[in-house]
Structures are given as C-alpha cells and as structure tokens.
Design a protein around this ligand. Structure first.
Ligand code: KG4
Ligand code: ZN
Length: 351
C-alpha cells in the first residue's frame, strides 16, 4: 500500500444547499474541512432561500478554498483531482460549485469528478472509521433528503430502498420547531428541549408503519402527517387557553420520528441480511436517534456507524472522500460538460 503522503490529494467542493464546503483528503486522511454557512441569512425566512444561498456560495467560494489550503498546508497546485457535488440539490447553488470546480480542474489540468451528494454522505464515514463495510445500509436524514440506501460499492452501486414521500426528516424538525416558537434550524433546539420532556406525553402518529401503507411503502417515510398532527395538537391547546408544554411536545414528536426511522432502518438490514448500518445527514446529530438506533440495532447484531456531527452535516470533506475513493478504485472521471443536476438519481454516483 502507498504511504499516505504518496496518495493523491483530492479537493472536494460542496454547494448543494446552504453550506459552501471545501475539503482536502489524501487517501482516507482528512487534511482540511472548511465550511462557510449562510444559515443565518435564511433564519428569518424559516427555511433556505435558493437565491440567497447561490449568492452566498459565490462570495464564499474563493475564501473557503484558500482557507482549506491553509488548513491542510498545501498549495492549490498540489491538488491531484477535483471532486464536486453535481446533484441533487438547489440548481443555482449547485451551479456555483460545479462552475468553480470546472475552472479549477481546467486551470490545474487535473481530472474532475462530479459526484452524487448522497453517496458523498456515505463515503465521508471512511475518514473517521476506515474502509466502508460493503454491503451496508445507509440511512441519510437531513433537511433536504431522507433515504434508506443499500450500498454494495459506494463508487458504483448505490440502490434506493426507500425515501420520504413528502417532507424530509430535518424539514419536519424545522417546521415543528417553528410551531413551538424555537429558532431555525430547529433540529438542535428540539433535541435540546426534548431532554427535559416526556416522550410519551402525546402519542403522535407513525406514518407508513402499519397495514396497507407499510406493505406499499415498506422502507419509505412520511412526516407531513406527523407535522400536521403536532400543529393540530398545539392549536387545540392554544384555543383552550392552556399553555403548550413545549418540552413534552418536542420529546413526543422527536420520539415519533426516531421510532419510524430506526425501525425501518433496522428492518431493512434484517430483511436484506446486512450487518452494518451507517447514518448520515444533519439529523444524524440527533441524540435520541443515535441512542435508539444503537439500542435496536445491537439487539439484532447490527453494527452502527455514525460520523461525528461536523461530518454528518453538509461539508466539502464528504465530496473529497468520495472523490478519493473514485480515484483509488480507478473510476473514469466526468467530462467537462458535466451538469449541475438538481434531481440527480441516487443510483448515479458519478456524473
Ligand atoms: O445535512 P444538513 O446540514 O443539510 C441538509 O439539509 O442537507 O442538515 C440540516 C438539517 C436541518 O433540518 C436541521 O434541523 C437538522 O439537520 N438537524 C437536526 C439536529 N441537528 C441538525 N435534527 C435533529 N436533531 C439534531 N440534533
Ligand atoms: Zn446533505
């Protein structure tokens, strides 16, 4: 095996949503992970505004590349390959990253890999826990996506098992937080206040977990009914002139989300006969989700891998990690006309 210093240096760029991420990776070693977030600019709208995100990416791109190079103590022309999120994500936001990556690849005369954002969320775990067990099941839960994937080979073989049919898990956290008067993004706030709440206070619905729904949507999720149920419950309390027990509602809501997610993820592993479950995306930072997954998975001898919170949320290191794996496995780079594809299918790892 090559010494770490002999392995190619891969730069990864992520701009699919509101984080401008630039990562530098050599082999499985993370050298830099610079992130500039525009989340505060979106806070007053209660959600990410695409035009605002695109402009913020434009402004942050060059400084973030420079910061990553300083952190890694490398020069930009040391970079051996460039990887960028090609999709899925916000079209205008993706375009900034893709155009920047093309400019870099052309300027440096290096290969360019346009990669799938979801596969990158899977690949990032290698930076922390070493080579991915293949096959594994990956549960990706964030503000923009909620998917269960079967990963045979993170560079070529990612198959969807299920996904949300309406709101993403993080989106549900954000909307319910808003109902409860908590700031955006709501996930971390719900996580925090729920610690003092009773998770059995309200028995909120678990979407697509029984009867016909379960048959038809075996590994899919639905969170919009849950969000509406919370809204109705809160409205009824307010109409009655009674105070809303925020901690209890937050804990009960969080329990409903985590119950469904962990149940379906563990069922998928058991049905398919896979012994490793990976969790990624911003919602993977949720303390209850981590605990419940560990608890349920260990009962069936399933090992759980969760990258540290900073690597779960969107970042450039994840794109560089996947790029590095593509280089290591000798996969063909993208052509320079690679698109920013807002609805890139998960089965397509490289554009
Ligand atoms: O992966 P991410 O940074 O960006 C994308 O949406 O792609 O995920 C952000 C989402 C937000 O919806 C946020 O509320 C949620 O992740 N989140 C959490 C927690 N931390 C972040 N949700 C629940 N519990 C948390 N501790
Ligand atoms: Zn993401």
């Amino acid at each position: 095996m090559a010494r770490v210093s002999d392995e190619p240096l891969v730069l990864g760029i992520e701009t699919s949503c509101d984080e401008t991420g630039v990562g530098l990776v050599r082999g499985n070693a993370l050298l830099a992970d610079a992130v500039a977030s525009s989340v505060e600019e979106h806070a007053r709208y209660g959600g990410v505004v695409p035009e605002v995100a695109s402009r913020a990416h434009l402004e942050a791109m060059v400084p973030t590349i420079e910061r990553a190079c300083r952190e890694a103590r490398v020069r930009i022309d040391d970079v051996d390959a460039v990887a960028v999120t090609s999709g899925p994500g916000l079209a205008g936001a993706l375009l900034v990253g893709v155009a920047s990556a093309k400019a870099l690849a052309i300027g440096l005369g290096r290969p360019l890999y346009g990669v799938n954002h979801l596969a990158a969320h899977v690949a990032v775990d290698q930076l922390e826990h070493g080579p991915l067990p293949e096959p594994c099941v990956a549960m990706l839960v964030s503000g923009g996506h909620s998917s269960l994937l079967l990963v045979d080979d993170v560079t070529t073989g990612v198959r969807p098992l299920g996904a949300t049919i309406d709101d993403a898990a993080g989106e549900a956290f954000d909307k319910v937080a808003r109902l409860l008067g908590l700031p955006f993004p709501g996930g971390p706030h719900i996580d925090r206040v729920a610690r003092d709440g009773d998770s059995a206070y309200v028995d909120f619905p678990r979407g697509l977990t029984s009867g016909r729904d379960l048959q038809r949507y075996r590994f899919d999720f639905s969170f919009s009914g849950l969000k509406t149920a919370v809204a109705r419950w809160v409205e009824a309390r307010e109409r009655a002139g009674e105070p809303v027990p925020v901690a209890d509602v937050a804990a009960s809501f969080q329990e409903a989300v985590c119950d469904v997610l962990t149940r379906k993820a563990v069922d998928a592993c058991r049905e398919i006969g896979v012994e490793d479950l990976l969790i990624g995306g911003g919602v993977a930072a949720n303390s209850r989700l981590r605990l419940l997954t560990e608890e349920r998975a260990s009962r069936h001898g399933i090992r759980v891998r969760v990258p540290r919170p900073g690597l779960c949320t969107d970042n450039g290191a994840m794109v560089a990690a996947l790029g590095s794996e593509l280089v290591a496995r000798g996969r063909t780079p993208s052509t320079l006309d690679l698109p920013a594809d807002s609805s890139m299918p998960v089965t397509q790892v490289v554009a």
